[in-house]
Write a protein that binds this ligand. Sequence first.
Ligand SMILES: [Zn+2]
Length: 157
Amino acid sequence: MTVNNKNIVEKNETELNVNAYDVGLCVDKELTDEEKFNFCKNAWSLVASYKFPVLKQGNQNRSFQLDWLRRYHWLTYSELKEGGFCKFCVLFAPTGVGKGCQVLKMFVKEPFNNYKKAPELLKHHAITQYHLLASEKSSAFIQNYKTCRSVKVMFCQ
Ligand SMILES: [Zn+2]
């Protein structure tokens, strides 16, 4: 894994007035454990009335479906990047996988916005090995983070 130590804060992100827990903010960023924990627990959950942008794909207008968020608990929508991301993979997947260390794109580094193929793409992502590993890592991380915090609290009293 390469250490990506970019300390450049992109000013235009704040101007968009995006939700502080928009997972798009984590893409390609190094996060502290506390930030990771907060994103795991609070990744932006949308209200039913949210209007997803409509994209013209082929000769049909398509948009992100709220129902996908209900069906796939790992999925989250990024307003900043205008598409779906896997919150586990954004936070915990390796930089690259398989032969030649292929860079993970859709759901991880790039938004999922090929809505025409949504059923296949969502199902496929859910069974990829890196996704299963990333979701295991995230539950272990949450567990561990909570334990460490309670240990710290105990020692502080
Ligand atoms: Zn994933």
